[in-house]
Write a protein that binds this ligand. Structure first.
Ligand SMILES: NC(=O)c1ccc[n+]([C@@H]2O[C@H](COP(=O)([O-])OP(=O)(O)OC[C@H]3O[C@@H](n4cnc5c(N)ncnc54)[C@H](OP(=O)(O)O)[C@@H]3O)[C@@H](O)[C@H]2O)c1
Length: 285
């Protein structure tokens, strides 16, 4: 049995799906009944608890062959969650620890990156058998624009059209996670960058969106201030709002991509490209 933390989020559910489809037993630690229902529907066992509570984490980790640790996205308690997951693995005698980090954790100006590097450091110090996966931004983030594309005919971004991203398909990442978790020893003590197979500007992303939908979708650049005001009024905590602001600024000035070689080596096939992914998620008419 594998314990997945942050199990009810989009990453957790993709990893659970990949594990269950390969016949693995999965337990997920979740913070609400809603998230429990989401993962039991996939065939996983759900344990209600706080990832920051050592007691809850030890209870959830009991009997697990590995922990797959996912921190909630842009969360103030990210380091605490990572340290607790490592401590729980040691206390519960879990022999393997796989961490869902992200590409370029060394960016000090972005706390959601920098804190992941701190968690990676704790994992290395722990003496656990570990694997660290570092994905680039997901293609699935574009699905947040589904309503804009379908109902308003716009693709809205908080950075310039020239911004370059090397997006990866979350399902490719989940396939690698399952392979790593279900293959003992082969992937121990490794850190793998999981970057998408092409570096696209937002103008190129728009071109693909137009091609697949068959519609004259417009590209709309909104200011980071407006994006943040909207996110705050929708209930996003101030900590996250301020980091998203800096993240969009960083993306615009430096782009965000990596080298896809390691991902394709781990998949033993080509990684999914954006156009194929966008067509496959379908229903764009
Ligand atoms: N999005 C990307 O493009 C991308 C790319 C590379 C790496 N990543 C990394 O992937 C990770 C996961 O992102 P995600 O969007 O899948 O995660 P997410 O949905 O933000 O969070 C995962 C789950 O954790 C739950 N949670 C929050 N606090 C908790 C607590 N105290 N105890 C137990 N569960 C708790 C959340 O519950 P609620 O539903 O209540 O919030 C959510 O269901 C992040 O660390 C991110 O940096 C993301």
């Amino acid at each position: 049995m594998i314990l997945v933390t942050g199990a009810g989020g989009k990453t957790g559910r993709a990893v659970i799906q990949a594990l269950i489809s390969r016949g693995a037993g999965v337990r997920g630690i979740v913070n609400s009944n809603t998230n429990a229902q989401k993962i039991t529907a996939l065939g996983a066992e759900a344990v209600l608890g706080d990832m920051g509570s050592l007691e809850d984490m030890i209870g959830a980790a009991e009997g697990a062959a590995a922990i797959y640790h996912i921190s909630p996205n842009v969360h103030a308690r990210e380091l605490e969650f990572g340290q607790t997951a490592v401590a729980a693995a040691i206390k519960a005698g879990v022999p393997r620890f796989v961490f869902h980090s992200l590409c370029h954790p060394q960016i000090e100006s972005l706390p959601n990156h920098w804190l992941k590097l701190r968690v990676e450091e704790k994992i290395k110090e722990s003496g656990l058998n570990f694997t660290i996966l570092q994905p680039t931004p997901y293609m699935q983030n574009v699905l947040g624009q589904r309503q804009n594309i379908l109902e308003r005919g716009v693709y809205e971004i908080p950075y310039q059209p020239s911004t370059l991203l090397g997006m990866v398909d979350l399902d490719d990442v989940a396939e690698v996670a399952a392979r790593v978790l279900l293959t003992p020893k082969t992937y121990d003590w490794a850190t793998y960058e999981l970057a998408g197979p092409e570096i696209l500007s937002q103008t190129e992303v728009l071109h693909i969106i137009r091609l697949v939908t068959g519609k004259e979708i417009a590209l709309k650049v909104i200011s980071r201030e407006d994006w943040c005001a909207r996110a705050a009024s929708a209930g996003m905590p101030q900590y996250a709002v301020s980091i998203f602001y800096r993240m969009f600024e960083f993306m615009e000035s430096s782009g965000f991509w990596g080298n896809p070689g390691v991902l394709e080596w781990l998949l033993e096939r080509k990684a999914r490209r954006f156009e194929a992914w966008f067509r496959a998620v379908g229903n764009w008419s």
